[in-house]
Design a protein around this ligand. Structure first.
Ligand code: AHR
Length: 332
């Protein structure tokens, strides 16, 4: 659908709602609020992946502010992109006997042993944002996440329309082994099955960061120049990599958004600014404001209320034609 905006209202299937978190200071406000209500303060450990993108920072802020709003004591750990740091953090949370754990897992594989320890200690684990590969899904309580395959498909369908079914695409993948990198790649490739004249000519990880996105795009452009293959479009698995690629395209003397079409995923404010400036063509939203739903899940499991195994956040797609109108209402 050429240049057409597909706007799907944000819907959360499952029992939990999503709302923007409020900015409050975490620990002090939290404990006072809980004490005032005369109940035991809940302690939750949150193992976050890192701060690789604007999306990630928004997710951290959503969890922190929601914990404060509800009077929950939050123990926060930043893993700096390393799974072993997340496993250590979970081990520490278990030793400290937290009431629940919120985990945003950097990659899908390798979680069984530590999740077994949490289960043995009867500490519920709420997965946010990314899923895990485990043979026994009782090792976690629930997963709250976007449908990354659907996001990749939305990006692919939009791009196929924009390119009129023909062109060479360079793909910037996310962190190897991460659910959004695997699924966004798949969704995008699936959407191109009906468009045999659109070819993915380059595909490499830019690790979800702006710096790496730029570096990989520079290499793509050099290689393309050397081989005489024109790159018509860039598909980046997140906005930060797209913004890095835009810089590389400009430094190569080309016009991003015109000479090379750029489509990405997340919907962070800088992506909207780039769309308003005509440099980014389209972004598919991936809602990072998961704090309210995560703590709904924590409170439900501690109160022994039933929870769905998975709650899917449905996202929207925005292109340049609406960027100016909606930029003011973006929450992250
Ligand atoms: O898992 C969500 C992805 O992780 C976001 O798209 C990306 O920006 C982040 O780092």
């Amino acid at each position: 659908m050429r240049n057409k905006i597909l706007i799907v209202a944000a819907v959360l299937t499952g029992a939990m709602g999503l709302a923007a978190g409020k900015c409050e200071s975490a620990e002090s406000t939290g404990q006072t609020a809980a004490t005032e209500r005369g109940r035991k303060t809940i302690t939750v450990g949150f193992s976050q992946i890192g701060a690789e993108s604007g999306w990630r920072t928004a997710e951290t802020e959503s969890v922190r502010s929601e914990a404060a709003r509800r009077g929950i004591r939050l123990k926060f750990s930043d893993a700096q992109q390393r799974q072993e740091n997340q496993i250590k953090a979970l081990g520490a949370f278990i030793a400290q006997k937290v009431d629940a754990i919120i985990l945003a897992p950097v990659v899908e594989a390798g979680w069984e042993p530590i999740l077994k320890q949490a289960k043995a200690a009867r500490i519920p684990v709420i997965l946010v944002d990314r899923g895990v590969n485990v043979s026994d899904d009782s090792l976690y309580t629930t997963l709250i996440a976007s449908d990354f395959v659907a996001e990749g498909k939305m990006a692919g369908e939009w791009l196929a329309g924009k390119l009129d079914g023909k062109g060479n695409v360079a793909e910037l993948q996310g962190t190897p082994g991460a659910a959004p990198a695997i699924d966004r790649k798949k969704g995008f490739a699936d959407s191109l099955k009906n468009h045999p004249n659109i070819r993915i000519v380059k595909s490499q990880s830019g690790e979800f960061t702006r710096a790496k996105g730029k570096e990989v795009m520079e290499a793509f452009l050099k290689a393309a120049q050397g081989s005489g293959t024109k790159i018509n479009a860039v598909y980046a698995h997140n906005d930060d990599m797209a913004l890095g690629a835009i810089q590389a395209i400009e430094e190569a003397g080309l016009k991003p958004g015109t000479d090379i079409i750029v489509v990405s995923i997340d919907g962070i404010k800088p992506a909207f600014e780039a769309m308003v400036a005509g440099k980014l063509n389209c972004t598919v939203e991936c809602n990072p404001l998961l704090g309210p739903a995560a703590f709904d899940a924590v409170e439900a499991v501690l109160a022994r209320r039933p929870l769905p195994k998975k709650s899917v956040v449905r996202d929207r797609i925005f292109d340049q034609s609406v960027a100016k109108d909606v930029i003011g209402s973006r929450e992250y």
